[in-house]
Design a protein around this ligand. Sequence first.
Ligand SMILES: Cc1cc2nc3c(=O)[nH]c(=O)nc-3n(C[C@H](O)[C@H](O)[C@H](O)COP(=O)(O)OP(=O)(O)OC[C@H]3O[C@@H](n4cnc5c(N)ncnc54)[C@H](O)[C@@H]3O)c2cc1C
Length: 457
Amino acid sequence: MKRELVRQLAAIVGDGQVATAPEELAAYSYDGSVREFPPTAVVFPRDRDQIAAILRLASATGTPVTPRGAGTGMAGGACPVKGGIVLALAGLNKIVEIDRANQVVVTQPGVITAELQAEVARHGLYYPPDPASRAFCTIGGNVACGAGGPAAVKYGVTRDYVLALEAVLADGRVIRSGVRTAKGVVGYDLTRLLVGSEGTLAVISEITLRLIPQPPAKTTFLALCRDMHQAVTLVNTILGQLTPCTLEYLDHTALGLVGERLPADLKKQARNALLLLELDGDRETVAAQSRRLRALLAGQEGVTLREAADPGETAELWAARKALSPAAFQLRPHKISEDVVVPRSRIPDLVAHTEELSRLHRLPLFTFGHAGDGNIHVNIMLDRDNADELVQGEAARTSLYRKVLALGGTLSGEHGVGISKATAIEAELGRETLQLMRELKRVFDPDNILNPGKIFS
Ligand SMILES: Cc1cc2nc3c(=O)[nH]c(=O)nc-3n(C[C@H](O)[C@H](O)[C@H](O)COP(=O)(O)OP(=O)(O)OC[C@H]3O[C@@H](n4cnc5c(N)ncnc54)[C@H](O)[C@@H]3O)c2cc1C
């Protein structure tokens, strides 16, 4: 069976475009969630017609297909949990068209997000969604997960920029959704349905994105605050008067991990929370907003504000934030990484709850993230080889989910459901809504070959 499947795949994509060696299967068995499920074969299509032929074959043989961009997803979405075929889409990596007059880019899904941003910037255009992984994730993966990043506080997330999609259905039919124009309301909004569908409804083969003009100026500030409560109060004050394009925070545990990376004079100051803030626009607007920010924070006791003098200093201010993920492993060898969202004003409640969880479950926890969106990255640090810590970590996660929903939040702001949250989402969505989603899945994919085992437990 396996040999026949591989032979038929090779007939579609050509020799050398199907991998079956154990080391190749191992390389495509995991993603950023660090769980492993080896596939039967990895296939590397080069165009939409090859994707369609592969899906026709998979449908006919009942073979599971897991679409994959760069495999950086944090929820296990690209893990082939039921085996079968990994559809590796990184080879569809061409930008098809940049339409400068209409501020639109048409791209294949395998293009690396930062490369797409750099290419449109050469035309004076800006694609704002900026996941921290943008140097190595694909735009197709961003669309499939509904990715976001620090710029979301001003510019929104991937979903806000997808105008149209071309996608291949499970049986090989090709559909087009959306428009290339600024407006369009003909028929159901299938584009928005496919964005964030995590490869469970269709394989996205072409993406049309809205662009905006590149902002000519940007400046970066770092504010050290007395405590989390003060930091969050400031977030609300700032957003009431200014529109920053980044508004990130680190809690006191996170700050403890990376405080050494702060500029020399700042690291001497003991503070319990940090805000990283950026303003962009034309030069006059940035200058005026910077003055307002300084005036706003001038009267705040215990706040130290620093503006980067040049790009070197900007990089220095960002270094602390970027050093956080690797530094976390000083605490424990593994982590449960959650990306919950709460209404902004409830961030202090959530952070207080994580501190309580840390005490109760005897595990180090820290939070950081997109304060402007209420999107909080909660990291439960543990040693997975220690049975007790594993039990405690899972209990802490369950309690975190309960608290987030009680605060009026959602279980994921950008990473998606994948396998990590599949058993938890009914508590957020409700039985009827989840059932409707299952029915939609059956309409798109009656034989359940597209990314089975994801989203639905
Ligand atoms: C260090 C690090 C930082 C990160 N920071 C952020 C962040 O700031 N914001 C954020 O949102 N995420 C972040 N992520 C998570 C991840 O990078 C994003 O979810 C990203 O969108 C995944 O893209 P990918 O190309 O790696 O997709 P993959 O991991 O390969 O796939 C993700 C999902 O999309 C599906 N998929 C991929 N391509 C297609 C396609 N063409 N058609 C249909 N389905 C498809 C897969 O089946 C899977 O379900 C981070 C990850 C890491 C490792």
